[in-house]
Design a protein around this ligand. Sequence first.
Ligand code: C2E
Ligand code: CA
Ligand code: CA
Length: 746
Amino acid sequence: MTPSSGVVAPRAATARIVWPVAGILLSMLSLAVGGLIWTGQRTNELAVERQRMQLVGAIESRKRQALEDLSRIAAAPGTLESLRWPMDAARAQRQIGAPLEDHFDFEASFIVTPEDFVVTGRIDGQPADQRAFAMHRPLLAGVLADVRDRVGQLALRRDGRLASAVSPEAVMAATGVSRILHDGVKTRIVVGMALPDEASAQGAFGGLVAVATRTLTAEGLRDGALMSGFDDLRIETGQSASPASLYIVGLEGFRKPRFAWTPERPGDSVMEHVFPSIMIALLAIGVFSAFMFAHVRFVTTDLVNREAQANHLAHHDPLSGLPNRVNFTKRLDSELSRIRDSSESVAVLFLDLDRFKEVNDTFGHGAGDELIRQVARRLADTLRGADMLSRFGGDEFAIIQTRVRGPSDSAALAQRVLEAVQAPFHVGAGEVTIGVSIGIAIAPSDSRERDRLMKLADLALYRAKNEGRNRYSFFELGMDDALRLRKAVEDDLRDAISRNELDIVYQPQFSADGRKVLGVEALVRWNHPIYGPIPPANFIPIAEERGLVGLLGEWVLRQACRDGRRWPGISVAVNVSPIQFRHPDFVETIARIVSEEEMDPGRVELELTEGVIVEDADTAENAMMELRARGFRFALDDFGTGYSSLIYLRRFAFDKIKIDRSFLESMESTGESAILVHSVVHLGRALGLTVTAEGVETLEQQRFLQAVGCHQLQGYLFCRPIPAAEIHDLLANPADVLRNRARAVA
Ligand code: C2E
Ligand code: CA
Ligand code: CA
């Protein structure tokens, strides 16, 4: 299964879930924002329109005001009488200057004839003459023309007459003209109206027209009218367009004069109120999307990671990160099928670290783990090409070596591995040196089949270890059987002990004349359910190696006590392995078992070999002293095969020495051996020890041993090791049994 199958990849999940949700939220929000902005702008536009109308209203009222003011001049008592047409200019100046002077805040005011002859005029309160009028004419011309135009039209309609009793209001309404004009400096209201000629016989207009100008300032406009929201009302010309403006007529040369102001923007304030909420909503959506995004991503990434992790765990060793056994076998399968139709070879190398357990015990598991990691790194460096390194667990590694041309290729790799591992390692505070044993099997020459190939590599490894470790060994034909047996022992002995599959036979020890049974030696037997009887010499060393000999020894002792209790008067000898003897609890264990089985320790003889005492004399001495104090007795087994210094051995207070069988074997061929046996027996006796000879097979041997003074004899000549039941018979009727046995041997 690939890591991504079955699980939505984080990217895809993001695309499938997060983006659409975020997208919907965002488009809803942008619709809402868009609507709000539109509403705000529309509100602002309407507000500007309303203000513009307000301004127009204010200007109109100013214009009307100006017109009304002008009409009041026209209606002033005596004005018209004094303006009797035709009159000369001098008279007019004298007569009618006064009314214009006193009234209203017109800057300039004139009454002119149809020929633009000034009847009377004022500028800034001072009488104005024809020249002043000429200067003002550009400003006034339009209004004058309009007024005369209106009068002309009235005249056409009514034959140039008005009703005789015409009111000033009527005149104003009929002929009044009011304009706003900008002259580049000021904005002015220019008003004009016709003056009815009451004096004329027809009651018609005599043709006099009053015109006047009044400055219209923004301030004045603002103050005079009930206007709000025009704080910065001003008059502008030129290009720059203000947000809100109202165009007014400009005299020629003055472009686009206008009132301008910064409009009220009620929409903005709506937006101002709403925007924080929108921002909060946006933020919320952002946060939500981010959270969703992160969450979905986390969940999916987590899933993918977990699966990848699980997948990795299933195929890798967590400590070293190397492929594990599952991975290894898969790869081996594919390599084996790959080479099926080619001449290529593939090698399997099994590796087992030497002394790894010691490091673990001495420096702790942390150091052990660290060592494994370092070893893994070094091993990886020895590989080439597509080779695969794997860790099976514990201190076991394995390598698949590809493209092997011959055994020498594998030997070269094995050599590299040996060298890599031999260099010291730094773990924790210390430096350690370990080794590695390597077993090699090659496909297809050894086997084409995966399991068998691995088994053969394992057997080769087994041999490498047994041949002294820190070496490599190839699988070889014939290695199979012997090693398989040993391996079976290793694998099954523990179960055999716990399942009571072991047996004990007893070999009697006789007096030198062969007539009396003085003791028995317990000898363990293992009848393997598949391989049949396995000799103790084969499995005891393995039991020692694998730490099983303690268990085995205890079992034998207990069993021997149970049996020996039924044979009063004779000693029961039990073999003690050096490994077993060195165990700190040895004394306690032995004493406990013997007392549990209610056996007399005085009848229990512990057979030790020289190795035990030579290797750690002090400990051995202490243990022996303690056991002796409890009544146990000791025999020195296999005397003559090892160190063999009786003087040295005095220190250990043995009760008995057992001369090894090999002495008797060589005694036959060389006379020298006989002399040696003689002197050993002699010395033993001198030291007050019981001297026993083992492996007595012939009468000659017996006679010799008897002659030199040997106390006890043990061997096939008298009796082979036999089951407990037969010992029972033997003790009950020694003569019968022995006769039968002697016959059987003969
Ligand atoms: P060992 O202690 O020297 O035991 C005597 C061995 O010599 C026994 O072999 C016995 O069968 C054999 N033997 C006795 N008489 C003769 C003879 O006339 N000729 C020949 N050729 N052999 C004779 P076994 O039972 O195979 O035991 C071999 C060794 O295994 C023993 O040597 C002993 O070292 C060890 N062993 C046996 N049982 C135990 C046990 O329960 N615990 C321990 N630790 N070691 C044991
Ligand atoms: Ca023995
Ligand atoms: Ca022996």
